[in-house]
Design a protein around this ligand. Structure first.
Ligand SMILES: [Zn+2]
Length: 125
């Protein structure tokens, strides 16, 4: 396994003390407020944000903007390894020419549909 190892202990205590590790899934479950969609929420450096984004920023050092899916099923989970796995899978897929072509084609179809919808709104019958 080449997964980087992240540890709850490396987080500031104020955050770490509110995270419970699920021994089965390895999920880092936020034990405080979760929004209606199930994402953990917290204030960090004067800003309200989703907990998994705060944790990702602190432990990985990157902004997490585009994760739409995750490697586990709990939205309250903020384990960077569970989020990163999804990004890694995407990157791996893009390295495979066949899969990359399929991903680009799907994106092109989505874009064409979006453009067609916009056009039909703008024109009069
Ligand atoms: Zn998880």
């Amino acid at each position: 396994m080449n997964d980087p190892i992240y540890r709850v202990e490396d987080l500031p205590t104020r955050l770490a003390s509110k995270i419970q590790i699920d021994p089965v899934s390895g999920c880092w479950l936020w034990t405080r407020y979760c929004d209606p969609k199930g994402y953990g929420r917290a204030h960090w450096q004067g800003k309200a944000d989703r907990v998994h984004r705060i944790v990702y920023r602190l432990l990985v050092g990157l902004e997490l903007d585009h994760v739409k899916d995750r490697g586990c099923t709990s939205r309250a989970c903020c384990n960077p390894a569970h989020l990163e796995r999804v990004m890694d899978a995407y990157r791996r897929d893009m390295e495979d020419p066949v899969k990359a072509a399929a991903i680009r084609e799907a994106a092109a179809i989505r874009q064409a549909r979006y453009r067609a919808r916009k056009k039909s709104v703008g024109t009069k019958p």
